[in-house]
Design a protein around this ligand. Structure first.
Ligand code: HEC
Length: 99
């Protein structure tokens, strides 16, 4: 996936303003409640990421990747962050800069 730099910059700003950084790092050391998101655009498809970011609740108990992550996260379930499609594209562009 190739990242548009302006969109990626917006994603980086949203990562803080939307509070993603309370539970995730992107390529920094230290264990957070959720997975480090560096490499996430390599390990998941764009389709999977769009579905997940739009509505995590629709995937719990239905997607083996998600269920394995919930076990790894000691049963912390990511809340629905109420993201618009445009915000989701910005996040994906940002994560794609950290393959
Ligand atoms: C309350 C903690 C929390 C917050 C806030 C949060 N997440 Fe998560 N996130 C998780 C957890 C925990 C998982 C792993 C799946 C699970 O257990 O729900 C996850 C999984 C993910 C994944 C999939 C990771 C992978 O390896 O496939 C992405 C992408 C993601 N989050 C992005 C975001 C973004 C973007 C935001 C901000 C809009 C955000 N998260 C806010 C806890 C959080």
């Amino acid at each position: 996936m190739r990242a548009d730099p302006a969109l990626a910059k917006r994603g980086e700003a949203l990562f803080t303003s939307k509070g993603c950084n309370a539970c995730h790092n992107v390529g920094k050391p230290g264990k957070m409640a959720g997975p480090d998101l560096a490499g996430v655009t390599t390990r998941r498809t764009g389709e999977w990421l769009r579905r997940w970011l739009k509505d995590p609740n629709s995937m719990f108990g239905r997607d083996p990747i998600v269920d394995a992550m919930v076990v790894e996260a000691k049963n912390v379930k990511m809340p629905n962050m109420k993201l618009s499609d445009a915000e989701i594209e910005a996040f994906i562009a940002y994560f794609a800069q950290h393959p």
